[in-house]
Design a protein around this ligand. Structure first.
Ligand code: HEC
Length: 627
């Protein structure tokens, strides 16, 4: 049976349907209208948000409680280096955003320093960080003196940390759990100080509550509060992230700064030979830039100017990180990297040497530790020559850790200590050929012997190394003989577990001299190193500071402007070692460490190349005036 009610039943027109129809239409128009405006307003809000200064930081990834805080390494206002992920010896790191001239910061500091004392025993480290574009080291030093700031103020001069963490206002505190590097709290220290008002006592102690809960293993009740303070200015970059082009900006930057090592056959562990490599390594590139690992350069830029300084400028770092944050996109244009890696990389960058000295072959086993080798090779020449440059080509780059070459009859042959001066030059991975300064040279007697110190490390496969040393002769005898000064002390004793143990050695120039370069040297426990000049009139000047010494990179620092030092000047060379377990390179934090050749022993060793200045006028008008 067919249901009569279902069949072709005309829709019953209810009473007053015209009224409903009109209402429906009005409602639908209204809805469209409201929706349209909602969309427009949302769009406007988004655009506004995207272009507001704080939002720029925020969209770069403002950290919320629970997020992982990326590692970074920054120098503080005294020039000391601090790496976030070093702090595994404490349970929490408290970071407060500092800014010169901000009243809220100034009022909050005494309380923060009180808390630092209070929580020191409980394993909490306190740091300040300044991302203000207007504050520099000298200004922060002045602020620290005036307001008694004892906590290191990390200078985030490229604003990379401020951007990554989403700083908005100074005086905001961040509590970082060192177990997993999670952010546990961000916001106000407490509610005592506000804009132009101060209560005698805080009612809410946000930071203390967060720390106490965290240390007790309890959940933190308030993980985020509104922080009051002065806005941190993140000025607009020259190029907005979306305008940074791989073909035009990033590729050339990598080609200029990275490809010399990161190419097939280079010393880098991989080659940046096209966009895909840069894209794949993008997060890692961001990390090595934020932790200052790459390009390898350890000198504090505050002191001196050095020829091989290959560090990225502030704006280069920002551009690289901005591009990575924005997705590391390829975009249009030709990829410059394939051509950059394909260029000729000559075996001897200075050209064919005048004399190639081949060292005796040495068998390096796959694993184990190899005592320093000290091969001696007779000079095959039958006439005296002046050497103007030296270069080394290791037979197997994977196993040659360093080479120091000197000649019989030169200073610095400490047979008993096993150390050779760097009379002729040296090689470390990544080193450039040693070219002696203009008008100087090293004299090679026809009956001399080459004395070498070879430090081999094993690489997991057995190999035989035959290293070649290339010598370049001067056409004319140079005006000056190059001298070396060695600053060493074999009596060092580094206590077990000590985080920062410093020792120093000093030597005095008996004659006027012109310093060309400085070489600090330590082993796995080396943490920082410095050369300080004290002139006879008592003036002190830092010639070189290496706040974050890295055993892997034994740079010789060549001064762009040679330094004139009057007779009677003293050089103080000091090294700080980190014998704690937090030093990731430390082979054994439980032993007292003394002088020794091997990397697990230590050295207080510095070397300076200079020449004597006999007539101040001859060293140029600049020097004569100083004289
Ligand atoms: C002087 C040579 C040299 C230069 C210049 C250089 N690198 Fe490296 N790079 C190396 C070496 C060697 C390693 C391996 C380090 C190690 O194993 O500890 C490395 C490793 C890396 C790593 C892997 C992470 C790590 O720490 O092992 C990245 C990423 C990197 N480099 C990026 C760069 C970028 C980006 C540049 C340019 C801005 C650059 N490098 C410039 C030699 C260099």
């Amino acid at each position: 049976m067919v249901d009569p009610y279902k069949r072709d039943r005309p829709a019953r027109e209810p009473r007053g349907s015209w009224f409903r129809e009109i209402r429906r239409r009005i409602m639908s128009r209204l809805l469209t209208f409201v929706l349209m405006w909602a969309v427009i307003l949302l769009g406007v809000a988004l655009v506004w948000f995207a272009f507001s200064p704080q939002a720029q930081a925020a969209t770069q990834g403002a950290l919320a409680p629970g997020d992982r805080v990326p590692n970074f390494l920054l120098l503080d206002h005294q020039g000391d280096a601090h790496e976030l992920y070093y702090h595994t010896h404490v349970d929490a790191v408290v970071l407060m955003v500092q800014g010169n001239g901000c009243p809220i910061v100034r009022h909050a500091l005494p309380r923060l320093q009180e808390l630092q004392q209070q929580y020191a025993e409980q394993g909490v480290a306190f740091l300040l960080i300044n991302s203000n574009p207007q504050d520099d080291r000298a200004r922060v030093q002045a602020e620290a003196r005036e307001f008694g700031i004892e906590i290191p103020v990390l200078l985030d001069d490229a604003q990379l940390v401020g951007q990554a963490m989403g700083f908005e206002r100074t005086a905001e505190v961040f509590v970082i759990d060192t177990d997993g590097w999670r952010l546990r709290y961000r916001g106000a220290l407490d509610d005592r100080v506000s804009y132009e008002t101060q209560r005698p006592q805080a009612v809410n102690h946000y930071l203390v509550d967060a720390l106490d809960a965290m240390l007790a293993g309890d959940p933190i009740a308030r993980q985020q509060t509104e922080a009051e303070g002065c806005l941190v200015h993140f000025p607009k970059r020259e190029l907005a992230p979306e305008d940074i082009s791989y073909a035009e900006h990033i590729g050339p930057l990598i080609a200029d700064n990275c490809v010399a090592c990161h190419r097939p056959g280079g010393i880098g562990p991989f080659a940046f030979d096209d966009y895909r490599m840069v894209h794949g390594f993008a997060p890692m590139i961001r990390e090595v830039v934020m932790t200052r690992r790459m390009p390898p350069w350890q000198a504090d830029p505050h002191y001196g100017a050095f020829e091989e300084d290959n560090s990225l400028s502030r704006s280069e770092k920002q551009m690289l990180v901005d591009w990575i944050q924005a997705g590391a996109r390829r975009g249009e244009g030709e990829d410059p990297l394939p051509a950059a890696v394909a260029q000729e990389w000559p075996e001897w960058p200075l050209g064919e040497p005048d004399l190639i000295v081949e060292l005796p072959p040495f068998d390096v086993p796959a694993t184990g530790v190899i005592a320093y080798q000290h091969p001696r090779v007779a000079n095959p020449l039958d006439e005296d020559v002046w050497i103007r440059a030296v270069d080394f080509i290791p037979g197997d780059r994977a196993v040659v850790h360093h080479i120091i070459a000197t000649l019989t009859g030169q200073e610095g042959q400490f047979g008993r200590l096993g150390i050779l001066g760097d009379g002729l030059g040296g090689y470390v991975p990544g080193a450039q050929p040693v070219v002696f300064p203009e008008n100087t040279g090293v004299f090679l007697r026809k009956n001399a012997e080459f004395l070498l110190q070879m430090h081999y490390t094993t690489s997991g496969r057995a190999t035989t190394d035959v290293t070649r040393m290339g010598l370049y002769f001067a056409d004319e005898p140079p005006q000056h003989e190059l001298q070396s000064m060695t600053l060493l002390d074999p009596r060092i004793r580094i206590p077990a577990g000590e985080r920062a143990h410093t020792e120093s050695v000093r030597r005095t120039f008996q004659r006027d001299a012109l310093i060309y370069n400085l070489l600090p040297h330590a082993h796995f426990r080396g943490r920082a190193s410095e050369f300080r000049l004290i002139t006879p009139d008592g003036n002190e000047e830092v010639l070189l500071s290496v706040p974050h010494y890295d055993f892997n990179w034994q740079h010789t620092y060549n001064l762009v402007e040679p330094k004139f030092v009057p007779a009677g000047s003293t050089i103080v060379h000091s090294t700080t070692w980190d014998n704690s377990p937090q030093n990731r390179a430390n082979p054994d934090p439980d032993v007292e460490v003394r002088w020794g050749l091997q990397s697990w022993d230590e050295m207080l060793f510095g070397s300076i190349r200079y020449r004597y200045v006999d007539d101040p006028a001859e060293a140029g008008p600049e020097l004569a005036r100083e004289h």
